[in-house]
Design a protein around this ligand. Sequence first.
Ligand code: HEM
Length: 463
Amino acid sequence: GQRLPHPPGRRRIFGDIERDADPTTPTQNLLRRCEGLPELVEFKAFRERFVFVMSARLCAQVCDDATFDKALPPAILALRRFSGDALFTAFTEEPAWALAHDLLAPAFTKPAMRGYHDTMNAVAGDLVARWSAATGPVDVPGDLTRMTLETIGRTAFGHSFGTFAAQQTDPYVEAMVTLLTESGRAAGLSTLPGGQLITRRPRERARSAYDTQVRITEGIIADRMRTGGQREEGEDLLGRMLFHAHERTGERLDRRNVVNQVLTFLTAGHETTSGAVTFALWHLANDPEVMARSQAEADALLGPDPTARPTFELVPKFRYLRRVLDEALRLWPTAPAFGRSPRQPTQIAGYTMTPQDWLMVFLPAVHRDPAVWGPHPDRFDPDNFLPERVRARPAHSYLPFGTGARACIGRQFALHEAVLVLARLVHRFDLTRDPAYTLRVSERLTLMPTGFTLTARERVPAS
Ligand code: HEM
C-alpha cells in the first residue's frame, strides 16, 4: 500500500542500517541522523520495519489515549516472554494490567513517598560515604546503580542487596543486564534471514538470566512469607502484591504474576533512575555555572553542615536541581522510546494506520524538535524548565515518563530519589571530571553512560 518516507541511502538487505553503524547503539545511530528526517519515518532493519514519530506535533496525536493505546514493540515482546502480564509488559486490555495498576498505585502516592524518604536518605548516605572514602576517581554509573537498586530493594520489598559492601556487580544486576541485552539481541537477530537459528544462543542466555532473577525474587518472597507480611513501617509494595485484594472485586495477584511484578519493579525501579542521575552529574561536571548554581541552592537549603540530610518537605524545594534533572532527561531520556497503536484505523501525517500497526515515539527527537525547543535544541539549559517556559510549551513535547494510563507509575519515586541524592552530592562535594573523557552511552533498551568517573573532594558549604 502506502510508502512511508525513510532515511536516505536504503540498502537491499540491510535496509536503513548504515554501513558502519554500531549495532549496539541503535538509539544514538538514529539520533545522529534525525536532522532533516520527516516527522513520521520508516526504518527498515533487515525484514523488520519500525515507524518512528520524530516531532512533538505527531507525538501529541499518538499520546491521546482515546484513539491510541500502548503497543509492545518486538524488544518488549521479547521481554514479555519472560515477565508475562506484569505491569510493564501487559497489554492494557488484559485484566492483569488494571488489577495490578489499581492494587499497586497506592504505593506511589505522596504519603507512601513520605514513608520511603528515610530509607532513601540512608541509602544515599551509603553512597556519600563511599565517595567520601574514595582515594581515586569514582565509578559514577556503577555507584548510582548500586544506590538505586538498594533503594528499590529496601523501600519496596524490605530486601537489602548489600550492594555497597560488595566490590563486584550484584548478581541481580548482572542477570538483569544479560536478560535485557540478550532478549533484545534475540529480537534483533530474529529479523535476519535464517534468524531463528542464530537466536538460539541469546535466547538460552536470556532464559538462564531470567531463571537467576526468579531465584533471587523467590527468595525475597519466601522471606516475607516467613516473617508474616505486615512490616512495622506499614504496607510496602511487596505487601500489597502478596496480601491485598482489589477493593471492589476482591481479586488478588496470582503467585506467578507476583514473581514477575517483583522482577519488573526491581528492574524498572532502578536502571532508568541511575541513568538519569548519572547524566545529570555529567552535565553538572561539564558546566561550571550550572554546578555553581546547584551548589548555591544546596547551601541555601541545607546550610553549612556538609552532612545535612534534606527532610521530605525540603526535597521539592530544590527547584534548580530539579530543572537540571529535567533537562538531563530531555537530552537523554533514559527510556528513549515507547510504542503506540491506534484503536481504530487512523490517519497520521497523511498515512493510514490500523490497530495491527504500531509505531515508536522516539523521545530523543521529540525532545529536540526545533518547533518547540528552538534553534539550538542540543544545548543543555536547565532554564528550559522555568515554570513560564513550561507553561508556554505545547503538551506532549516532553515525555520522559511516557503518557496517559500507561505512563510510569514510579515517576514521583524516581524524581524524589534523584533530586535527594543530587542535592546531597553537590552539597557535600566538588565534583570534577576527567578532562580526557568524552561521553559514551551504552544501550540495553535504556541509555546509560559508561566509563564515566568523577573525582569527589569534600567542600565547605557557603554559609
Ligand atoms: C513505565 C520511564 C522510573 C516503574 C514507564 C514508561 C516510561 C518510564 C517511559 C512507559 C513505557 C511505555 O509506555 O511502554 C521511567 C524513567 C524513570 C522511571 C525515565 C526514571 C528516571 C521508574 C521507577 C519505577 C518505575 C522508579 C518503580 C519504582 C515503571 C512501571 C511501568 C513504567 C511498573 C509500567 C507502568 C504501566 O504500564 O502501567 N517508565 N521510569 N519506573 N515504569 Fe518507569
